[in-house]
Design a protein around this ligand. Structure first.
Ligand code: NAD
Ligand code: LMR
Length: 331
């Protein structure tokens, strides 16, 4: 699949009247995912939010986006996901101050069982599903488990925001341009246990960890700053990240459908095939390359003891989340 095919790309977005939706819809409509290919937006909300969503649709209309081919809104996932080529599952309750993502498991898990089942019934044969709503990795696992006819490889959870945060922090530290930084990797869960890894990253072709030359900064500043950025934004804004999450959601979908550039990779949370010792079946973040709508985990990276411990800790958290949603009967 790529965005070059003919006809509009049907993009379903859940939680469309929420904070992220308010940024995301305008980016999608102006071509951030599909470029010049027309897009049709199919927007899902819960009943009480449909009036607010109607207002957002008025604003979308008022932008007169040249490539916005149509908009449908509603609260029935089977209607809204009908024929969707791309489904961006954003709608879920965000965490507030003091909450950890694990607190959201039961609150949000049920949403993803119903949406997985609906996608299974009515989405297009080539559908790709990106999960932004938290806890994103485990929500993707729940949706995939409830969509037995859709290949598991079509589900991915968003760690692109963490990837972008890591690039930005590294650029600020080294004075490099963000465009000079390649091969950044986020491993594991989109949570505070995630492992942003610069040991394989490059800055203008040089190993990033060597350019930084300061292991203490990597361990004590860089990793926690990236991993806890979501909480820092909640503390500062009183609400979770929205515009940056929308931007990362677009980046991830665009690269998934159109491919990663030669000589670089991106971070996506995808179903593990056991690569790098990550328990098979967990939705965990890896370095991946993409082509024609398919992804491949980058193989052969050397993992030292420091990185091993960090990856294992985040994967253990994912295994715990999987056990919790199994006990809740969600998968
Ligand atoms: P928000 O509360 O502003 O919006 C969520 C919207 O989802 C609401 O409008 C709500 O009515 C809707 N919704 C709830 N249940 C629904 C359902 N069953 N079907 C359709 N819509 C439904 O929240 P937000 O700030 O837009 O964040 C959305 C999610 O994204 C949260 O879970 C948040 O934690 C997560 N998030 C993830 C990342 C990431 O990097 N993965 C980054 C930021 C936020
Ligand atoms: C983020 O990383 O900004 C989001 O996942 C919101 C959160 O709860 O941290």
């Amino acid at each position: 699949m790529s965005t070059n095919s003919s006809g509009p790309l049907k993009v379903a977005v859940t939680g469309a009247a929420g904070q992220i939706g308010y940024s995301l819809l305008f980016r999608i409509a102006s071509g951030a995912i599909a470029g010049d290919r027309p897009v049709e937006l199919r927007l899902l909300e819960i009943e009480p939010a449909l009036k607010a969503l109607e207002g957002v649709v008025m604003e979308l209309d008022d932008c007169a986006f040249p490539n916005l081919a149509g908009i449908e809104i509603g609260s029935d996932p089977e209607k809204i996901f009908d024929g969707a080529n791309l489904a961006l599952l954003v709608g879920a309750r965000p965490r507030g101050p003091g909450m950890e993502r694990g607190d959201l498991l039961s609150a949000n898990g049920a949403i993803f069982t119903a949406q997985g089942q609906a996608l299974n019934k009515v989405a297009a044969d080539d559908v790709r599903i990106g999960v932004t709503g938290n806890p994103a990795n485990t929500n993707a696992l729940i949706a995939a488990s409830n969509a037995p006819d859709i290949p598991k490889e079509r589900f991915s959870a968003l760690t692109r925001l963490d990837h972008n945060r890591a690039i930005s922090q590294l650029a600020a530290k080294t004075g490099a341009k963000v465009t000079d930084i390649k091969k950044m990797t986020i491993w594991g869960n989109h949570s505070a246990t995630q492992y942003p890894d610069i040991f394989h990253a490059e800055i203008a072709g040089r190993n990033a960890a060597e350019v930084v030359g300061d292991q203490a900064w990597i361990a004590d500043t860089f990793i926690p700053t990236v991993a806890k950025r979501g909480a820092a934004i909640i503390d500062a804004r009183g609400a979770s990240s929205a515009a940056s999450a929308a931007s990362a959601t677009c980046d991830a979908a665009r690269d998934w459908l159109n491919g990663t550039p030669e000589g670089d990779w991106v971070s996506m949370a995808v179903v593990s095939d056991g690569s790098y010792g990550v328990q098979e079946g967990l939705v965990s973040s890896f370095p991946v390359t993409t082509r024609d709508g398919n992804w491949e985990i980058v193989q052969g990276l050397e993992i030292d003891e420091f990185s091993r411990g960090k990856i294992d800790a985040s994967v253990a958290e994912l295994a715990d989340e999987k056990n919790a949603v199994t006990e809740l009967g969600l998968i």
